[in-house]
Design a protein. Structure first.
Length: 519
């Protein structure tokens, strides 16, 4: 399969036999839209590929791998981490084991991981492999992600020990709530059935057969590669991006939830694999037709965003097994977004148009989603496509403005009050059942919080209301400041809860799920 940088006559002839709207997606138009997205969002580096069946309409890269070195241009071999889009690799490996009769989607997880347990015995007994990958566990949104974010490196055993202590937010299987920890456990199912590490399974079952030679499922290895991007972020309201703290690179043990890196050339192969319904370039079927359909069957209803309703004519959205499925301009769209601290990606397919778009960037913005949705909309709706890049840039700008105000750097800075009780009353060790210990100490005449599992979530506590303090973390690019609210019983401090200061904070900083008891 020959990948090309510009549309060839053969590509255009192939497209000519499809719906008229697909003809609008030329190499020239893709490049124009990509440059618009790069400029609008001030993107550091980006890679995009658009494929149709066995043809690559365009694969192109923009910008640099690292802002500290303007000569490190991104190229088509540069590794990009694409976060939660990698969940489909985990479900694909599981589907291959289902094809072989070694895993059953509806078998209890305990058949494969005997020590697996949720907070309720009934849920533990009923919790299936399918439940691991469809975000219907009943746990809160992003439950337990503070074990991982921003710099946690838990082992799978730590995850298994924690989830049994996280109380549900809804009844089992009743509502959608995005969950990363369950995908880590899904990767462990793969590892235990195969008897080898999840990353090695992906090498043998997916990367090698598809000749995706650049792909690496161990984030520590990808980050050390000579041709890998540096992840970048910027504090709210700051124009220039800067490299993230290297400690934010996701841990190897948590990679099944979103730690794979690949070059854009190899991601074009992955896109073609799905347009060809599980068949490799050499004609080998790696995934049965039944399992392709299984992965692309909606399981858990999701809410539809107003933007998708207004701009994409979307009426429904369902989460399948590692994929989101929705209607988009009257067609089926299958895809997934991905976001890490300092990187963002989007992968979308229109099977009826035989078009797939993969965009990845090395900075935390909406640019990847904006460009991908722009191209998919033009493929599906032609001249009727909305200006996704412009609209999402406006949304991003407003979000940044709100984050600036919430950060204490706007026109409403923190105003410290006189504490209502002696600060030493708050000091001590506080325990949460799933997170563990947090320390509240006296430092330099004031309170200080040490989040224990994280080396970077340590900060002074400023009193802003009776028994309420705010923690402004030193790394301002995290946009994850938190309130600490102390629980008072009979005049004594007995516990503490937390919550994000800003609605713009990423859900993975799930401070609201913490319920500390003072020891």
């Amino acid at each position: 399969m020959k990948r090309i940088l510009l549309a060839t006559a053969a590509t255009l002839m192939a497209l000519a036999g499809q719906a008229a709207s697909a003809q609008e997606l030329t190499a020239e138009r893709i490049d124009e839209a990509a440059r618009q997205a790069v400029d609008s969002f001030n993107v550091t580096g980006m890679a995009v590929t658009v494929v149709s069946g066995d043809d690559v309409i365009l694969t192109r890269t923009y910008g640099v791998r690292d802002v500290r070195d303007p000569d490190t241009a991104v190229n088509t071999d540069t590794l990009f981490p694409f976060a939660s889009i990698g969940k489909a690799f985990t479900t694909t490996a599981l589907a291959m084991l289902v094809d072989e009769g070694r895993v059953d989607w509806d078998a209890p997880v305990r058949d494969y991981i005997p020590e697996f347990a949720m907070s309720d015995p009934y849920i533990t007994a009923e919790f299936s492999v399918r439940d691991l990958v469809t975000h219907r566990s009943g746990l809160p949104l992003g439950a337990g992600d503070l074990l991982v974010f921003p710099d946690g490196k838990p082992e799978v055993s730590d995850i298994l020990a924690a989830i049994r202590h996280i109380p549900p937010a809804t009844s089992f299987r009743s509502e959608y709530a995005y969950d990363n920890l369950m995908y880590i456990i899904a990767g462990e199912v793969v590892a235990r059935v195969e008897g080898e590490a999840w990353a090695d399974v992906l090498d043998a079952r997916i990367f090698d057969p598809l000749a995706m030679d650049s792909c690496e499922a161990r984030p520590s290895v990808a980050a050390a590669d000579d041709n890998t991007i540096t992840q970048h972020s910027r504090p709210p309201g700051v124009a220039d991006a800067a490299p993230i703290d290297p400690r934010y690179i996701i841990g190897d043990s948590t990679s099944p939830a979103g730690g794979i890196s690949c070059s854009i050339d190899d991601l074009s192969i992955w896109a073609q694999f799905w347009l060809n319904e599980g068949i490799a370039e050499d004609g080998t079927r790696l995934l049965s037709e039944a399992q392709v359909n299984e992965l692309w069957t909606g399981v858990t209803p999701q809410g539809v965003s107003p933007l998708l309703q207004q701009l994409g004519g979307t009426h429904f959205s369902l989460y399948g097994l590692g994929w989101t499925l929705r209607d988009f301009h009257g067609q089926l769209m299958v895809g997934h977004s991905g976001g890490l601290l300092g990187a963002s990606s989007y992968f979308g397919l229109l099977p009826e148009e035989d078009i797939a778009v993969f965009v990845s960037s090395n900075v935390s913005t909406y640019a990847s989603s904006a460009l991908a949705l722009q191209l998919l909309a033009e493929a599906a709706a032609g001249d009727e496509a909305a200006d996704w890049i412009g609209v999402l840039h406006g949304v991003y700008t407003r979000s940044q403005e709100m984050a600036v105000q919430d950060s204490g750097a706007g026109d409403q800075p923190d105003v410290a009050i006189e504490p209502v009780r002696d600060l030493t009353a708050y000091t001590g060790i506080y325990m949460d059942p799933w997170y563990g210990a947090v320390s509240i100490e006296m430092r330099n005449g004031g309170l200080f919080i040490d989040m224990s599992r994280s080396e970077v979530l340590d900060a002074p506590l400023v009193p802003v209301a009776p028994d309420r303090f705010v923690a402004r973390w030193p790394d301002r690019s995290l946009n994850a400041d938190a309130y600490a609210d102390f629980i008072i019983v009979d005049g004594q401090v007995t516990g503490m809860t937390m919550e994000p200061v800003s609605d713009t904070t990423d859900f993975s900083f799930d401070f609201g799920d913490l319920h500390f008891t003072k020891q």
